[in-house]
Structures are given as C-alpha cells and as structure tokens.
Design a binder for this molecule. Structure first.
Ligand code: SAM
Length: 234
C-alpha cells in the first residue's frame, strides 16, 4: 500500500477499499480500455488523490455531508465518484456514464467493495437530466475530464437543485476555458467561484478544481438534445 499525504485522514477499511479498487481496475483493464494509467504510484496519485482533492475546497468542507445526493457525470472508470463514495459513506452517489462496458465494470466494483451508497446508471447525461427522478434532484454534481467548461456546465447544472454546488476537475490549461465557462454559467443560472489549484504528491503535476453554485433554477431549455451541447457550446 502506497503512503501518500491524503487530503483527509483515511481509515484502514477505506485504504483497503482503494487497494481493492486498484486491483480490479488493473485486472479489468487487460480486457477493456478503462485507463492508460496502471502503475501503482500513478493510480494512487493521478486517479485516487486527484479524485479526493475536492475535499480541500472550502465548499466541500462547509457541507453537512449526511444524506446529501451527489452525481458524477461521465464517471468513466469511476473517477472521481468511487474514491469519493469510499471516503464519504454518509453521502449517496449516482455514477453516470454513456458507455455500457464501463458501467459493467463499475457495477462489479460497487459489488466487490460493498458500496451501499452508490448507484450506477448507463445513460447520456443530457437524457438523464430530462428524467424527473434526476433533474434538479442533487445537492452536488462532480465531473472530471469530460468536456470544456462551457459544454460541461450544460451537462452538470440541470442536476442541481437551487443552491446546489458543482465541482469541475480540470488540468493545468483551465485559464483558456474560463471566459467561455462564465458566459455559459450565466445562461444556466450558475455562478463560477474561485478555483482551487493544487499540486499532486510525488511531483505529478498541477490540477485545478472549479467550483460553481446554482443560484437560480436552470432554464427548462437546458440541457439541449443529446450531442447539441458539444456541437454548439453555449
Ligand atoms: C475522458 S473520460 C473521463 C472519465 C473519468 N471522469 C476520469 O476522469 O477518468 C470521459 C467519460 O465521459 C463519458 N461521457 C462523455 N459524454 C457523456 C455524456 N454526455 N453523458 C454521459 N457520459 C459521457 C465518456 O463515456 C467517458 O467515459
């Protein structure tokens, strides 16, 4: 087990769950394309630590975690959703992805790790956000490496109830996306807050998390039909 300075202290059980998750990821990755990162140090830092970095933001720290609902849009192999569900067992998580094979892997992870606070859903997020069981039903929305911020906000905001909080995980190039993102946020009733830039342990680079708040309800027009947010960004 790799020793790294986690964003918050982890219990023995949580560390074991992360280790089991890594084993499953590497094992399934031989049969399907889940991640380019399989080296132990890199999985721990670039996937696990990075997923948990949201715990460093003042917005996450201020939340009363109990019973809050979180959705991870475009979770892929479970990032950031699975590490977050491991360390925040009082919150409930929906992990959403458009690719069926990734959803199959995630369901196996949820079963093996006995994560009773996770539901996995195969859908395009644009379609899921039109379903009354999901639209405006979440306190928190997270997403990592899915699209540029102006596209992503249209996929994320419709899941938030009023005053809900979003976190978009970005690489070092976020500055170029900022102005477009702010314009899109305005149309969607959201306000972008100050970003947090952090350095990954073991000198594995810098990353940014962009928090935003849903200050007024998202207009009914959003999200537009599946594929339109990407083709015609706000
Ligand atoms: C580059 S991967 C990132 C996965 C993961 N979030 C991570 O950080 O490792 C992007 C993922 O977003 C999913 N995705 C892209 N557009 C989506 C949409 N409109 N609805 C749901 N999932 C989507 C893809 O299927 C893919 O698994």
């Amino acid at each position: 087990m790799l020793e790294i300075p986690w964003p918050s202290p982890l219990s023995e059980r949580q560390l074991n769950q992360l280790d089991l998750f890594r084993n499953l990821l590497v094992d399934w990755n031989e049969r399907m394309n889940l991640t380019a990162i399989t080296d132990e140090e890199q999985v721990y830092v670039k996937h696990f630590y990075d997923s948990l970095a949201v715990l460093l933001t003042p917005q996450w720290q201020a939340m009363a975690k109990k019973d809050l609902r979180v959705i991870d849009v475009g979770t892929g192999a479970g990032f950031p959703g699975i590490p977050l569900a491991i360390v925040e067992p009082e919150m409930s998580f929906v992990l959403n992805d458009a690719l069926q094979k990734r959803v199959g892997f995630l369901q196996a992870v949820v079963d093996e790790l006995q994560l009773s606070n996770v539901q996995v859903i195969h859908a395009r997020s644009e379609d899921l956000a039109r379903d009354a069981k999901f639209r405006k039903q979440f306190d928190v929305v997270v997403s990592r490496a899915v699209a540029r911020l102006n596209v992503l906000l249209e996929l994320m905001c419709p899941f938030l109830g009023q005053n809900g909080v979003g976190f978009s995980y970005k690489g070092p190039g976020f500055d170029e996306e900022k102005a477009d993102g702010m314009r899109a946020a305005k149309k969607l009733g959201a306000v972008i807050q100050e970003e947090l830039t952090y350095t990954l342990p073991l000198e594995m680079g810098k990353r940014t998390i962009v928090p935003f708040r849903q200050t007024t309800p998202v207009p009914n027009a959003y999200p537009r039909k599946a594929g339109v947010p990407q083709r015609k960004p706000l």
